[in-house]
Every structure is written in C-alpha cells, then in structure tokens.
Design a protein. Structure first.
Length: 59
C-alpha cells in the first residue's frame, strides 16, 4: 500500500486496486464505515454521496 496522507488523527493509504484504507496511528486500528467515508470525502478522495450513484429501480 502507498501512503497518501498522514495527520495526527489518521493515515490514508491507497491499495494496489485503487481503494483506500484509513488507519488511526495512535491506536493502531483501522477506521471503517461512516468515519472512513467522512475522512475520504473531506480529503476529496471520493466524490459526494449523490454525485455518482443514480440508481434506477426496475419495478
């Protein structure tokens, strides 16, 4: 994994697949879920929630 950014609160890595991983350097724990999503959006590494997905249901 390639380190993208490091702050006091978290370290962002980019995997070979292009996906991101976020780790808390103090607790040595991976950050998941909404907290990870919030961090990646703040760093503008992923687009806003409604900008990319417009799913249509075939009912």
């Amino acid at each position: 994994m390639k380190q993208i950014k490091q702050t006091e609160d978290y370290v962002i890595y980019q995997k070979r697949t292009g996906r991101y991983a976020v780790r808390d350097p103090r607790e040595k724990q991976w950050i998941n879920g909404e907290a990870k999503e919030t961090i990646l959006r703040a760093e503008q590494l992923i687009p806003a929630a409604g900008a990319t997905r417009q799913t249509e249901r075939a009912d």
